[in-house]
Ligand binder design. Sequence first.
Ligand code: PMP
Length: 277
Amino acid sequence: MKNIHAVFNGEYKDLDKIKVSPLSRAYTFSDSVYEVIPFFNENIIAFDKHIKRLSNSCSSLNIDADIEKSANEILHLISSSNLKNGYVYYQISRGVDSLRSHIHNNDLKEESFGYVVSHSFESKDLKVAICEDIRWQRCDIKSTSLLGNVMSMNDAKNHHCDEVIMHKNNEITEGGASNVFFVLNNIICTPSLSTNILPGITRELLITEIKKNGISVEEGTYSVENLLEAESVWLTSSTKGLAQVSEIINQKTRIKKNNKIFNQCKSIFDRAFLSSC
Ligand code: PMP
């Protein structure tokens, strides 16, 4: 495999040369946060929003991180990669304990790590499963503690699905690694941020762009039945862009591919962020 360009605690090296302590709190507790920052045609998409969310995630966990240093490392990974299209994965952990203990010392030094890889932003249609949202109450924090998402997405993969759409007490929340949009009676709907979801940056960019184009979006709480009545469903994320759902397994739905409103939203988004000119 080709070398992957990476950084660990400020030192640039190939990904497979990085060595971490097993007492890193990223390893013992998932006491760490992350971002995935996409770039297309060498333009970073919503860089400031990703940095702001990284900073918010650190603040929520009281991780005292040098965000400016992280921002510079992300920029350096991208500029030195010679890649046109790709993304940076970047994570900050609270640091390394002297022995594993839930309660951390206050003088730990943050541990940061990132790498850059190429990525094609071609959309793929998605087959999804609906499942119960089994996660904790702070899904607004972009923490690496993602076992709920990991378990649900791997269960779904065993049923040949690419993603899941989760619900809590029958209210739609989000995808396993994405936010959910759907069209119901010609209205674009998406669960509001008060439904314990990640404030997705692609979600926010899409809402802003389509509103700029005079199309309205409703943010609210929606039931599984609402989703199943939808004419079109799509998922958003930094690496997927807008990806339409072609099938929800084990459910009767009215979904048709290439719905007019979906196509309109996708071309607005692609023109704003993924255009080659
Ligand atoms: N929700 C979850 C649970 C995610 O993991 C992601 C992708 N990181 C998203 C939503 C989409 O967020 P973004 O558009 O910022 O990539």
